[in-house]
Design a protein around this ligand. Structure first.
Ligand code: HEM
Length: 411
């Protein structure tokens, strides 16, 4: 889950479903609503993929990992060859959890799942609050503040290093290595990038070997200690520890930044809802869940049909790509009353903004806690906070949804 631009996809030009249009990036919901009503399982020739927009079919497919597989690196066909080769080279053939099939998926997820449980992440509340305070320290009345660059992107990177339990002296280097691998995996694979990523892979393998020999250097409550224990006990290989650590270090960063950006924008555009939360800040914890429904950071989840499968009277052939548009499913009137309304007190929380089934987001309690603390601090500390300058600015993209820049100010 890394933020890709639309140049990474084939261009597609469905008349009312064209994510290349700036108007789609700013507000995709009218186009998605039309698609959901007129052709809820639609084949886009230009994307060479199915686009699924109703809640019922998205939910069904997310729960049916046997027929809708997410392990695209193991799929047949030339479409996946480059990604597979890069994964082999930089991560020893260890896919991200989201792209892993059973039984490996369960085995690997289990090694760290307890560390990401709702109660376990609460230990980070104060650290998150300190990080938010530090990031907001430079705010001054009347001065524009770009929330994405100043707060939303840096915060998850600081917090995940803490949650992994990487010794402070090693954090910068670890993140630089993880970034180098992610760039080479998803970028243009320039020779210099490839060389840097190969170095990073070797350095991380050596780091895991050092930690294995010297486990007391690690914070016992962090995720990395669990991974090293699993390596010592034979449940994970050295390459799997590197793959899982890089995945955990990267997977939540962009979605959490987008949850903060989308949540703040939703509140600023709904004065009645911001007043409700200002009056009762405890509401913010549930409000973050409503933000994940109302304007989901991950809009499209990719799956591959493992066999011919019928969905809403369409036949999806084995090997075809399916995009489950959870951002559209989360506005489906068949599932949510008044779905286009932001309602921080909404009772029906069965949205798909964090996925569903076996691949349900591992980090949702952590990401939600970060958004809760960041948004609560922003709206209560600065009661006159408002959009400023160009406000929310989007760039065309398909899988991830959130402003690239979000400028605010207070008086
Ligand atoms: C708060 C904002 C976040 C949102 C909206 C979000 C959304 C999602 C979604 C929709 C999925 C399912 C992907 C699929 O089924 O293809 C997912 C999976 C995942 N998320 Fe998050 N995520 C967030 C934060 C985080 C954080 C903070 C982490 C840090 C660990 C994280 C780690 C993961 C991982 C590892 C998976 C794959 C889980 C698996 O396949 O077992 N996420 N996330």
């Amino acid at each position: 889950m890394f933020r890709l631009g639309l140049r990474d996809y084939t261009t597609f030009v469905m008349p009312f479903f064209n994510p290349l249009r700036p108007s789609y990036a700013e507000d995709p919901y009218p186009a998605l609503a039309r698609l959901r009503a007129q052709d809820p399982v639609f084949f886009s020739r230009d994307l060479n993929a199915w686009i699924v927009t109703r809640y019922a079919e998205c939910s069904l497919a997310l729960h049916d990992t046997a027929r809708f597989r997410s392990d695209f690196l193991a799929a047949e066909g030339p479409r996946w060859a480059v990604a597979r080769a890069r994964n082999e080279l930089f991560l020893g053939g260890v896919p991200a959890l989201s792209a892993m099939a059973e039984p490996d998926h369960h085995r690997m997820r289990e090694t760290v799942s307890a560390v990401f449980a709702p109660r376990a992440v609460q230990r980070l509340r104060e650290r998150i609050a300190d990080a938010v305070d530090g990031l907001l320290a430079g705010l001054a009345p009347g001065e524009p503040f770009e929330v994405m660059r100043g707060l939303a992107y840096p915060l998850p990177r600081m917090v995940i290093a803490e949650q992994l339990g990487i010794p402070e002296t090693d954090r910068e280097e670890f993140q630089a290595h993880a970034d180098a691998i992610a760039r080479a995996m998803f970028g243009g694979a320039e020779p210099a990038e490839v060389a840097r990523a190969s170095e990073a892979r070797d350095a991380l393998l050596a780091y895991v070997a050092r930690l294995h020999a010297n486990p007391e250097a690690l914070d016992r409550s962090g995720a990395l200690a669990r991974m090293i224990d699993a390596f010592t006990g034979g449940a994970l290989s050295q390459a799997e520890v590197v793959g899982l650590a890089v995945d955990v270090a990267m997977a939540g960063n962009d979605p959490t930044a987008c949850l903060i950006g989308n949540g703040l924008l939703a509140l600023l555009r709904h004065p009645d809802q911001i007043d409700l939360v200002r009056g009762e800040p405890a509401l913010m914890a549930d409000a973050t869940d409503e933000f994940a429904r109302f304007d989901s950071p991950l809009h499209a989840l990719m799956r591959i049909a493992a066999e011919d499968v019928e969905l809403a009277q369409k036949v999806i052939r084995r090997g075809e790509v399916v995009y489950l548009m959870v951002g559209a499913a989360n506005r489906d009137p068949a599932q949510f009353a008044d779905p286009d309304r932001l309602d921080v007190r909404r009772e029906n929380r069965r949205h798909l903004g964090f996925g569903a089934g076996a691949h349900f987001c591992l980090g949702s309690p952590l990401g939600r806690l970060e958004a809760e603390v960041a948004l609560c601090t922003l709206i209560t500390r600065y009661p006159t906070l408002h959009l400023a300058g160009r406000g929310a600015e989007y760039e065309p993209e398909f899988e991830m949804r959130g402003p690239r820049r979000l400028t605010v100010a207070y008086d």
